[in-house]
Design a binder for this molecule. Sequence first.
Ligand code: PSU
Ligand code: MN
Length: 305
Amino acid sequence: MGHRRGLGELVRTSEEVAAALRANRPVVALESTLVTHGLPWPVNLDTARACEAAIRAAGAIPATIAIWHGEPTVGLLDFQLEELASSTTAFKASRRDLGVCVALKRLAGTTVSATMALAHAVGIRVFATGGIGGAHRPPAPAFDISADLVELGRTPVLVVCAGAKSILDLPRTLEILETLGVPVLGFRTDVFPTFYTAGGDLPVSARVESAAEAAAVFRDHCQLGDSGAVLANPLPEIDAIPAADFDRARQQAEADATGVTGARLTPFLLKRIAERLGPAVLIANRKLIVNNARLAAEVACFMGD
Ligand code: PSU
Ligand code: MN
């Protein structure tokens, strides 16, 4: 058994992303489980491309991350993105699955936890997604807690998201983030956003008013410790889904989810809810993901060296 190689040695970085990192230009990581498991074809591909375009328009370089037939890849090329988006057999890789996917040469979308690990391995500090995973609600087991939270507790990457969906136990999710030392910053909001529904009544740990302020907070946070941080960016209320409609769909989805456990639970609930609520949720979902990509790029531009 040789010495343990760093995660970074196994990672393939696209030429464009590698050049940007060498030149200290702003780079934003994007995850790919929302492409393989979160959104249906062809909205998934369209959303992924729109994120990359929004990041470029804001002056940063996008780095979509996935496992490409066994290769952890930072900066998917467009043909790779298209194959991933149209695949019906791609895996969902969280942090623990990285070694499995490499050794068994799998094609996989990476979750927030796996994407954070790969982004950090190559030196990317800012990452955009739709929503983070968290602690599930009953009847899921009390210990069904996403690896996203654990990774946030140990990897210094800023995750820009629209909060988390209320399929999760949001109070418990926020308590776990506090326990793990993860600041939850509200972007021009005092409350933790609830993805594509309006409202939310749980406080964030601090509010920031600008991308520059978010970058300053994250830089100082990293000087003082090793954990990540969340920047929660609410979807404008005008685009949001009424919370009562969402709750009804959630309850029906939970009733249908009997026997669905583990990594399948989150995609199952999201798919059922989207089916019940119709095209409005896809429009809202796409919009918030692209909003987050844009904000992440703005923050990355203020991160400096
Ligand atoms: N939340 C969403 N859409 C998603 C996900 C979460 O609204 O697509 C994905 C993300 O990739 C997240 C993962 O990292 O689900 C969490 O899965 P789990 O709960 O199995 O850890
Ligand atoms: Mn789980």
